[in-house]
Design a protein around this ligand. Structure first.
Ligand SMILES: [Zn+2]
Length: 373
């Protein structure tokens, strides 16, 4: 992986590049940030850059033997550790899951813990980094480097180190051999044992912007930018969520139709049809009904903003926009907050196990009052 393939975080890339150029990469570097913010790719790009013999324009070359070994996961001085379950026996190590790991980092450009759980095929057990793995790491990292000046260990999710394993690694991280570099990649740095955390130099990675996420979706799924922006906006920089939204795009079509129906029937004050509407939405599974209500809140806000006639502020698909050209004047400063509050209250009530049919029918009655304000 090259720096140029990493999404966002240009400043962190510059910082890491400077450290490596000056041969001052710390023994233990921690890259951390919220789940859904790409971090593992940057750790892999840093490892490749550290080993590449032929830097080009501040990046690894991608073609030298070292780069090729990195790209095919055959670099003998680069090791990975990650949480796993003991499905393959009580003595297993992370390397026993190396095929699953290769599939994971190849298939998912952004590390998705849920996807990793799926690949481990042992979803009832909490993956951890076991003591056995710590022993294996110590063995690997105390051997001399074969092919490069530095051996590298990338630890994905150090917060999943069992305490005993963390204590074993501590000495290695505290007093490392000169040729050892540790890169830790964390979704939750507060979950890391304090003694390990205090030995690391930390770099926080930031969420990519919505246009950046849209660019990513557009490149990966071949969508045009307007569609990609509409899907990227609700994900708020979380790539994993944006990917899920792409996969559930058909749900969005259904939500759009339901939303338009709700607004039209509310305006017509057609209580008989609103009752049918609320029963149909109540028939969705609880979580889906809640996703619909989230969607409706976003649409109400988008329509309010649409009245400002500033396209840069709006994230609507073409179909949504076709509706908004006619509908947006009905959302105004007198009713926008009231409507949003009703939708959010219905969402809370459904989450709290209230009768969804009653909650939703009640919502439609209130909506038909608000929409005329
Ligand atoms: Zn190279």
């Amino acid at each position: 992986m090259k720096f140029s393939e990493v999404l966002g975080n240009e400043q962190a890339i510059r910082q890491i590049r400077r450290m490596i150029d000056a041969d001052r990469l710390p023994h233990a570097l921690l890259l951390y940030g919220e789940p859904g913010v790409p971090k593992l790719g940057l750790a892999m790009a840093a490892a490749q850059y550290l080993h590449c013999k032929n830097h080009v324009d501040g990046d690894s070359c991608g073609v030298c033997p070292m780069c090729r070994q990195h790209q095919s996961f055959n670099q003998v001085d680069t090791h990975y550790t990650y949480p796993y379950t003991d499905r393959k026996g009580s003595n297993c190590e992370a390397d026993d899951y190396i095929d699953e790991w290769h599939e994971f980092v190849t298939k998912y450009p952004v590390e998705d813990y849920q996807a990793w759980l799926g690949l481990l095929k042992n979803e009832n057990k909490q993956p951890q980094i076991f003591v056995r793995e710590a022993d294996s790491i110590i063995r690997k990292m105390t051997l001399s480097a074969y092919t490069a000046k530095y051996k590298i260990l990338i630890i994905w999710l150090p917060e999943k180190l069992k305490e005993e394993a963390a204590n074993k690694l501590l000495k290695l991280i505290e007093e490392p051999y000169d040729d050892c570099k540790f890169i830790l990649v964390s979704d939750n740095e507060k979950g890391i044992l304090g003694t390990i955390l205090s030995r690391c130099q930390r770099i926080e990675l930031r969420k990519p912007s919505t246009p950046m996420v849209a660019q990513y979706l557009s490149g990966r799924y071949g969508m045009d930018m307007q569609e990609a922006l509409a899907l990227a906006a609700p994900a708020d920089g979380n790539i994993i969520m944006a990917e899920h939204l792409v996969q559930t795009e058909s749900e969005f079509h259904e939500f759009r139709e339901r939303f338009i129906e709700l607004m039209r029937l509310s305006y017509q004050h057609d209580l008989a049809k609103l009752k049918v509407w609320s029963e149909a939405v109540a028939d969705m599974k609880r979580e889906k009904a809640r996703r619909f209500l989230d969607y409706a809140v976003r649409q109400v806000r988008e329509n309010f903003i649409y009245n400002l006639h500033n396209p840069a502020l709006n994230y609507l698909t073409r179909e949504e926009e076709a509706f908004s050209t006619r509908f947006s004047p009905f959302i105004n400063e007198r009713n926008v907050e009231g409507i949003v509050a009703e939708l959010e209250r219905a969402n809370r009530d459904i989450a709290g196990n209230a009768n969804a049919k009653l909650v939703l029918f009640d919502l439609t009655i209130r909506m038909s009052i608000w929409i005329r304000k």
